[in-house]
Write a protein that binds this ligand. Structure first.
Ligand SMILES: [Zn+2]
Length: 68
């Protein structure tokens, strides 16, 4: 279990990639967040293949929460 202060340090809004999509996710690590986004994309957008271009767009949309 991640410690509360390190949980959900990364956030993403799907709307950054798919306009008008209300989905947002947060996770402790970029890798974990990516997995959530991929699962959402497959379920709600029918995206079954994450191309390098899509992965780059997702990574660009990830926001790191300040931990200071
Ligand atoms: Zn979406």
């Amino acid at each position: 279990m991640p410690a509360p202060e390190t949980a959900e340090a990364k956030r993403i809004a799907c709307a950054e990639i798919v306009p008008d999509c209300p989905f947002t996710a947060s996770a402790a690590t970029e890798e974990e967040l990516l997995q959530k986004v991929v699962a959402h994309a497959a379920r709600d957008h029918g995206i079954t293949e994450v191309t390098p271009e899509l992965a780059a767009r997702v990574k660009a949309a990830i926001k790191s929460r300040s931990m200071r």
